[in-house]
Design a protein around this ligand. Structure first.
Ligand code: G3P
Ligand code: CA
Length: 264
């Protein structure tokens, strides 16, 4: 039989629940958040967009079709973009049945509901999606977050990061909120020059695990930043990321990663 790879006793890697415990519950719902906390995740990740009436909500795709019953409830409203619906309309949607029948009635959370559900129980990794579709969302995000005591507590405790694939947008947000740590998302392997440039203003470089090698991890650490990799769903890939000494692993299965880390 194959031996289980050993995990060094001194390993400190954050378990980060991708869209909540999205392997076991519908992504980006409060049930997925609560389950992630029950699975002893260190940090919960989410995706943020803005409704027609300016409210911030937790949903990954720019349309509502994959993760809600919007096509049944509002058949005339193709292409069902998040930005074309009010919060009251979005709150009518079932965000759970698509995943499994027992989650029927699950709702799309607001950012405030999501922050309050995480509270002191875990850190917060916040990802505004496609900010180019939402002019001024950096201002809305900053205003909303700072109105929430649970966010301010998490910020003081060093348990908040805002990340984005849109590095120009992220820089604008960082200029507005210099005290909030930020992370640059990469689908491809970041070059050494990109990592060096990021180090002048960002705190994390967060690439796809499949795009990088151990040298990338070393380069990010050489620039005193953290590296959090996504989306790591197999035991083999988890062991690889742990072996490379990444700082955090973003996974749909935080319970699997927690078990690996505990077993050693
Ligand atoms: O946290 C990283 C990961 O969430 C980025 O990809 O598409 O799942 O938001 P995506
Ligand atoms: Ca995300």
């Amino acid at each position: 039989a194959l031996a289980t790879p050993a995990v060094a006793a001194e390993t400190t890697v954050d378990v980060i629940a991708h869209r909540g415990s999205s392997g076991a519950a519908p992504e980006n719902t409060l049930t997925a958040v609560r389950l992630a906390i029950a699975h002893r995740t260190d940090v919960v990740e989410n995706d943020i967009q803005r409704t027609r009436d300016g409210e911030l909500v937790i949903v990954h795709d720019t349309t509502l079709t994959r993760t809600t019953d919007v096509e049944q409830v509002f058949p005339e409203r193709a292409p069902w973009n998040v930005r074309d619906f009010t919060l009251a309309e979005i709150k009518q949607l079932d965000a759970g049945s698509w995943f499994a029948p027992e989650f029927a009635g699950e709702r799309v959370p607001t950012l405030a509901e999501w922050v309050n559900a995480v509270g002191r129980r875990a850190g917060m990794l916040l990802e505004p999606k496609s900010p180019e579709l939402y002019p001024g969302i950096e201002t809305d995000l900053d205003k909303e977050l700072r109105s929430l005591p649970a966010f301010n507590r998490a910020l003081m405790a060093g348990r908040v990061v805002v990340q984005s694939f849109d590095h120009v947008w992220l820089r604008a947000y960082k200029d507005l909120a210099p005290d909030v740590p930020v992370g640059l998302l990469y689908s491809n392997k970041p070059t050494e020059a990109a990592i060096a440039a990021a180090a002048t203003w960002a705190q994390q470089v967060n690439p796809s695990l499949g795009a990088i090698d151990q040298a990338t991890v070393e380069q990010v650490h050489a620039h005193d930043m953290e590296i959090h990799v996504w989306t790591v769903n197999t035991g083999t890939a988890m062991y690889r990321a742990i072996d490379w000494q990444v700082d955090g692993i973003i996974t749909d299965y935080p319970q699997v990663l927690r078990d690996i880390l505990r077993r050693g």
